[in-house]
Design a protein around this ligand. Structure first.
Ligand SMILES: [Zn+2]
Ligand SMILES: [Zn+2]
Length: 645
């Protein structure tokens, strides 16, 4: 087997707290004699150096055995003498791997002694039971890392990889110091645990929860409230008196700015620790943070950080797969699970102390059918405390059934096409846009949909990130991407450059336009709207959340005339186009789904804390959970500190 890296995946494999010196001793006692020359840590991973990488390829069970004993993720690394010069290695790779694999890039990371092979057909790079890759590794000494060539190139992913690549030595230093901190000698026994809400309690926005034990300080999410002003925009670090440089770790549930928009700020004020999240979250988060920096500068509402701190965040990010267990402090072990909300979104599970307590924080979840993602995970090894979002947890928050919403969308589109009108759908760049794209793609497979679907704004880039991580998408979409039938590449989808907008607006042909921003607070959706609003044959369709005060919400509420600026002059705009809201596409669980989730979650938690919703809704949902399931349930407010053990 070619795998020289063993992940710890099952709960029973979780180990006890180990210090670096214990780890070294265990390796010494259990490794094949003379084969390991050095033991190090990089973040939660244990790195074993060897002069004989070939031995471990042929005896992969020895690596597995060590991983089982240490109960940690292990990576094997050759010593510097054991690797070929890059040019020679490159030649050998080209010779051994069949041409049909279509290798599109080979790069070498000297510090980590890894070779990155990017190819279209990874199966051919790996070979039967890994034989091809084994042969390559034995000959060149470098550890292979495989990258799938994405059918749509993402500039963000290219940028992230470049930053990681160029800062490789610095990143290795960061990982080593993080690792030393994780496997430090604990000062105190874990006999109490408390959570403090720094933001996002009884409100939607700036989600941030501080989790503390006598030994550790960990932050779950660190968002901003885009709609708020002043100090209400950010989590309240000052009032909570938390020294930012004393934090052990930051965990980001997903890429929406209300969960990660304030993370770069931490690096401006002394934080040097890691950010844990999934790989797609890292890339989507980078895309949104850089966009927020740019918009802030343009609109004179600068964020308290710049692109420099976004880069620092990338360098400090440690990505985890769903289900992979990682030690993050001497008394906390982290596992991320699918949350079903957007690409890469995670439910955070923390095992705290030696079997003392288990906490599940849902982040934002969807517990229902969507085209793009599987529903949220609800089975955990153990749960005592559940912190759950309640965005649509109010008594009357019942969304239409998915199928009905899809039919309604298709019907509106067909009616508008008959009138030779245009359909404008304002969407958030991540999540709703790809979901609507998949609905239209699915429809076009059975019925003729003979019109262009224009994709404008950041949507295309977000879509490129989606297609780069097919393993995070729903099974059938994943399979189609692997088989070269990428549904995001349907002929009808046309990417729009800003200078082409005019000709789309002027054209007589009917079309669908997906454009940002989702709440019509700016961007191409507003530009299209100004030009399409006058014609009664056109239709505006809302598929996502419209915040109080946004143009989207005002139009939803019946606004039919407004003053706009056009070509530098103010004028009156009459809204003659049809305006519709279809609510079944939300990425959030509605009331019914939240109750369903609380019923199904296994094992049953003892306590539930409801966050991420308006005050009344939080309290009502908490009360209902207590009545229905007997949870000790409450709706904390910001700066409440709750002792859970
Ligand atoms: Zn979200
Ligand atoms: Zn959120």
């Amino acid at each position: 087997m070619w795998i020289l890296s063993v992940k710890i995946r099952s709960f029973s494999e979780r180990g006890y707290i180990l210090e670096l010196k214990d780890i070294k001793q265990l390796v010494e006692e259990n490794a094949p004699e003379g084969k390991i020359t050095k033991v190090d840590v990089e973040g939660p991973k244990i790195v074993l150096y060897t002069d004989d990488i070939g031995f471990f390829i042929d005896n992969n069970d020895k690596v597995r055995k060590l991983a089982t004993i240490l109960k940690k993720r292990i990576i094997m690394r050759p010593n510097a003498e054991g690797i070929l010069e890059p040019e020679k290695a490159r030649k050998i790779v080209r010779e051994i791997i069949p041409e049909d694999a279509n290798i599109t890039g080979i790069d070498f990371d000297e510090d980590f002694r890894e070779i990155y092979i990017e190819a279209e057909k990874l199966g051919l790079v790996i070979g039967k039971r890994g034989a091809t890759l084994d042969e390559v590794t034995k000959k060149i000494g470098w550890i292979p890392r495989l990258l799938r060539k994405s059918p749509i190139v993402s500039e963000t992913i290219k940028g992230t990889r470049r930053i990681l690549f160029e800062s490789s030595s610095e990143r290795q230093k960061i990982l080593r110091s993080v690792g030393r901190r994780i496997y430090r000698k604990p000062d105190a026994e874990c006999d109490w645990i408390r959570v403090m809400h720094l933001g996002g309690a009884k409100e939607v926005g700036r989600s941030s929860i501080l989790l503390q034990t006598p030994e550790s300080n960990v932050l779950m999410d660190c968002g901003i409230n885009v709609a708020a002003s002043g100090s209400d925009r950010y989590p309240d670090f000052r009032a909570s008196k938390i020294a930012i440089d004393k934090l052990d770790a930051v965990i980001v549930s997903h890429a929406h700015l209300d969960h990660c928009g304030f993370v770069p700020y931490l690096y401006k004020y002394g934080y040097e620790g890691p950010v844990y999240c999934t790989e797609p979250t890292r890339d989507l988060m980078t895309l949104l943070q850089l966009d927020a920096v740019e918009i802030g500068e343009k609109e004179g509402r600068e964020l308290p950080y710049s692109s420099k701190e976004v880069r620092a965040t990338i360098k400090h990010t440690i990505t985890l797969d769903y289900g992979e267990v990682a030690d993050i402090t001497p008394d906390m072990r982290l596992t991320l699970y699918n949350a079903g909300h957007i690409l890469g979104s995670s439910i955070i599970h923390l095992h705290i102390g030696e079997g003392l307590h288990n906490l599940v924080y849902t982040g934002d979840i969807k517990f229902g059918d969507t085209r793009l993602l599987e529903a949220a995970n609800f089975e955990f090894p153990r749960v005592e405390t559940l912190i759950m979002e309640g965005t649509y947890g109010g008594r009357y928050d019942i969304q239409s059934r998915r199928r009905d919403s899809e039919n309604e969308l298709i019907q509106s589109i067909e009616e508008t096409i008959k009138k030779k009108g245009k359909i404008l759908i304002p969407v958030f760049s991540i999540g709703r846009s790809q979901e609507v794209m998949m609905v239209l793609e699915n429809y076009s497979r059975y019925e003729e949909l003979d019109i262009p679907i224009y994709i404008d704004g950041m949507i295309w880039e977000a879509t490129a990130i989606h297609t780069s991580y097919p393993e995070y998408l729903k099974g059938n979409i994943r399979k189609r991407i692997f088989n070269g039938q990428n549904p995001f590449l349907m002929d009808n989808f046309e990417r729009v450059k800003s200078k082409e907008r005019h000709s789309i607006i002027e054209s007589d042909e009917p079309c669908v336009i997906l454009a940002t921003s989702g709440m019509m607070t700016g961007g191409p959706s507003v530009e299209y709207f100004k030009n399409l609003a006058g014609n009664p044959n056109n239709t505006l369709i809302f598929v996502g959340y419209q915040a109080e005060g946004s143009l989207g919400r005002r139009l939803q509420n019946g606004l039919r005339e407004l003053a706009i600026e056009k070509n530098g002059r103010m004028s009156n705009l009459k809204v003659n186009m049809g305006v519709k809201t279809i609510d079944g596409f939300s990425g959030h669980a509605d009331r019914r789904q939240l109750l369903g989730y609380s019923k199904k979650i296994t094992p049953k938690p003892k306590r539930a804390l409801i966050v991420h919703c308006e005050s009344k809704k939080c309290m009502n949902l908490a009360m209902t959970l207590h009545e229905m399931f007997g949870f000790e349930a409450s709706a904390p407010q910001n700066l409440d500190a709750i002792r859970i053990v």
